[in-house]
Design a protein around this ligand. Structure first.
Ligand code: FMN
Length: 188
């Protein structure tokens, strides 16, 4: 399976990157192809809502000339996309949100006859870390993510929230076990 991870934290070696590295290790050991994209180093502008992409239903078709089209093409070619982010005020980071908004270019005719998507059937998974002590802290992100598969016509492969994070060095030992189980679930 070809896996693309969108690493949405500004921290290259923070909590999100650390949990994602556990997932990567397990996916590689299962024989999957894995590439992580560090979004913070990319130039990704917000969606313009120009609708030009809807004129090209078989390709990404976004007219903005920044780093997003290449990333979007990689997402389209993937069997599994992992959206990874720290929780920022009960949402994902601006870095990840920007590329999610640009996936507006993946589909046409949502809620209308002729609904079609170039990522139809793709598996998509969500990995979120947070510092807060609440079990349901990431619920708003889970809700939004769970709906993303509707316009994309994709499959929700799984969601994981790791709360109470301080630093990667102080991460609870059970986190790695959870990440390994998550990797197996989302890839099977
Ligand atoms: C701007 C900002 C907003 C945050 N909002 C939340 C939040 O709403 N809930 C929460 O549990 N943690 C929140 N946090 C804490 C981070 O989600 C947490 O420290 C996360 O594990 C950091 O991941 P990273 O090391 O990959 O950047 C926030 C941190 C920042 C900087």
């Amino acid at each position: 399976m070809k896996v693309i991870a969108l690493q949405g934290s500004p921290k290259k070696k923070g909590n999100t990157a650390t949990v994602l590295s556990f997932v990567e290790e397990e996916l590689l050991s299962l024989g999957h192809e894995f590439e992580s994209i560090y979004l913070n180093s990319k130039n990704i502008k917000g969606c313009l809502a120009c609708g030009k992409c809807k004129e090209k239903p078989d390709t990404v078709g976004c007219v903005q000339k920044d780093d997003a089209p290449e990333i979007l093409d990689k997402m389209v070619a993937a069997d599994l996309v992992i959206f990874a982010s720290p929780l920022y005020f009960w949402g994902v980071t601006a870095q990840l949100k920007a590329i999610i908004d640009r996936t507006y270019s993946f589909y046409v005719n949502f809620h209308q006859p002729g609904h079609a998507s170039i990522v139809k059937g793709q598996r998509q998974a969500l990995l979120v870390t947070g510092g807060g002590p609440y079990d349901n802290n990431a619920e708003p992100v889970f809700t939004a993510f769970g709906r993303l598969q509707n316009p994309h016509m994709a499959v929700n492969a799984g969601e994981m929230f790791i709360g109470l994070c301080s630093t990667p060095e102080n991460m609870d030992e059970t986190v790695k076990e959870k990440a390994v189980a998550f990797a197996r679930k989302i890839s099977s």
